[in-house]
Design a protein around this ligand. Structure first.
Ligand SMILES: Nc1ncnc2c1ncn2[C@@H]1O[C@H](COP(=O)(O)OP(=O)(O)OP(=O)(O)O)[C@@H](O)[C@H]1O
Length: 444
């Protein structure tokens, strides 16, 4: 049984959800706006937040942010319309656990809910779990994927700090886990920290620990994640979110291999390999990121390409996620129909592998036969693909490229050729933008 705070402004839907969750043994407090959502947090402790994205007085992320400001680590699931998937992806960067698209499917909700309740913000994966993570790792067929895997194998046995660059949902944490599992630290802890989910005030104490009385609320000595990862690997996801103060401490920990818990005079020796991930290249994208720290973290850099640039991998990932969803849901789906696969190839997957996994899970849920077809796809997905300008061409690849080129030209025109802005709007990194401009011979 879990205590759930539901923030949803559609009262009828909220009642349905409340009834459904109660039927499954959970306690539910339902409120209808951001203000009351935040108020509820102050009154009671919750195990999970279920947040509608668009609310009358703001959006669900504001409730999530309020938890962070109060140093609470409550997993949050964002409910969003399919058209807001991009926003949902942003939400993951702000520390949301997962998102589900509306109309909400009951089985899918239960599945995501249970996953969220079983996982905390930071995870220490024992060796056996790491093995599982690795055995589920798909290398991919595309050239970029092969190269990525080569890099993983190359850098894993060294002690180098690695920066993994890639859009949300491309598999950066998976890459980090595989580097750890192939390293000589494999039998030591791998600790993943979502820096986007850490509150500014408590980030330093989470990472470095504190002693009793160091600040209001420090009732006991607390070991930091650095110490917990000793001998192993610390994975700092969304590292660009760390405050300047924490960056200074992190640099010191890396240079001197010692940490000092907040309020303590004692120095603790640590041996930790750092792997970081970011969706924008630092420090160019984040003026507040210290260059000296960046260079220390960037002993080896890897790009994880977005799904739309790994077309050759789409099939193998699709099969993999069908298999996973079959296992999770006790189904026997064998394949997607060719129509559904065509939509998959045309769609631009702003949420990358995470979105692919979610879409497939939903399709598997909704399919009774062995083949999942277009009818199990979210309507908006087929719609967004059909919205693409019609051409005489029957060549899908050419069609996609034509659209991509036009969009890039248009955005560059709108932002007067400011590449950083254009890349942000296009939801790609600058390097990818330059590559595409070169490919399509766009001047700028
Ligand atoms: N190589 C892979 N093989 C199999 N599954 C993968 C692989 N890479 C990613 N996935 C799947 O895609 C999902 C997203 O991956 P992951 O969490 O590593 O992405 P991320 O880039 O770290 O996301 P974020 O930027 O939001 O933190 C995971 O749930 C995982 O199931």
């Amino acid at each position: 049984m879990a205590n759930i705070l539901l923030v949803e402004d559609d009262t009828t839907f909220s009642q349905i959800l409340e009834g459904f969750l109660k039927k499954h043994g959970h306690e539910v407090d339902a409120v209808y706006n951001v203000k009351n959502g935040i108020r509820s947090l102050e009154k009671k402790e919750y195990d999970l937040l279920l947040l509608d994205y668009r609310l009358t007085d703001g959006n669900g992320l504001e409730v999530l942010n309020a938890t962070k400001e109060r140093g609470m680590h409550i997993p949050a699931i964002i409910m969003t319309s399919f058209n807001d998937v991009r926003t949902a992806v942003q939400a993951m960067r702000s520390g949301a656990f997962d998102y589900i698209t509306k109309p909400v499917n009951a089985d899918e909700l239960l599945l995501v809910l249970n996953e969220a309740l079983n996982r905390k913000t930071t995870t220490t994966a024992p060796a056996s779990q790491q093995q599982n993570a690795l055995s589920g790792f798909i290398e991919g067929n595309s050239e970029v994927s092969k190269k990525l895997y080569e890099y993983i194998k190359l850098v894993a046995p060294t002690d180098m700090s690695v920066i993994i660059l890639g859009e949300s949902g491309t598999g950066k944490e998976y890459v980090a886990r595989s580097i750890h599992s192939l390293s000589k630290r494999a039998d030591k802890p791998f600790i993943a920290v979502d820096c986007g989910a850490l509150s500014k005030e408590l980030a330093a104490s989470e990472l470095f620990g504190h002693v009793k009385g160091a600040f209001t609320g420090a009732l006991q000595n607390k070991k930091g994640l650095f110490e917990a990862a000793n001998g192993g690997t610390l994975f700092l996801d969304e590292v660009g979110n760390l405050s300047y103060e924490v960056q200074v401490k992190l640099l010191r920990a890396l240079q001197e291999r010692v940490i000092q818990p907040i309020g303590s005079t004692q120095q603790i020796r640590v041996d930790v390999r750092i792997i970081t991930a970011t969706n924008e290249d630092l420090p160019s994208a984040n003026g507040n990121f210290r260059e000296d720290l960046y260079h220390r973290l960037n002993e080896f850099k890897m790009d994880v390409p977005p799904l739309r640039e790994r077309e050759e991998d789409l099939e193998i990932f699709t099969q993999h996620f069908i298999k996973l969803a079959n296992q999770e849901l006790g189904r026997q789906i064998k394949r997607l129909s060719s129509g559904a696969m065509t939509v998959f190839r045309q769609y631009d997957w702003p949420g990358n592998l995470r979105e692919l996994k979610n879409v497939i899970r939903r399709m598997v849920l909704l399919t009774e036969s062995e083949t999942a077809g277009m009818e199990s796809l979210p309507d908006e997905m087929t719609f967004s693909v059909n919205q693409m300008p019609k051409t005489q061409s029957t060549d899908l690849k050419a069609l996609n490229e034509g659209n991509e080129k036009e969009l890039i030209k248009e955005i560059l025109r709108q932002v007067k050729n400011n590449k950083s802005k254009a890349a942000r709007l296009l939801n790609i990194d600058r390097k990818t933008l330059y590559k595409k401009m070169e490919k399509y011979q766009i001047e700028g």
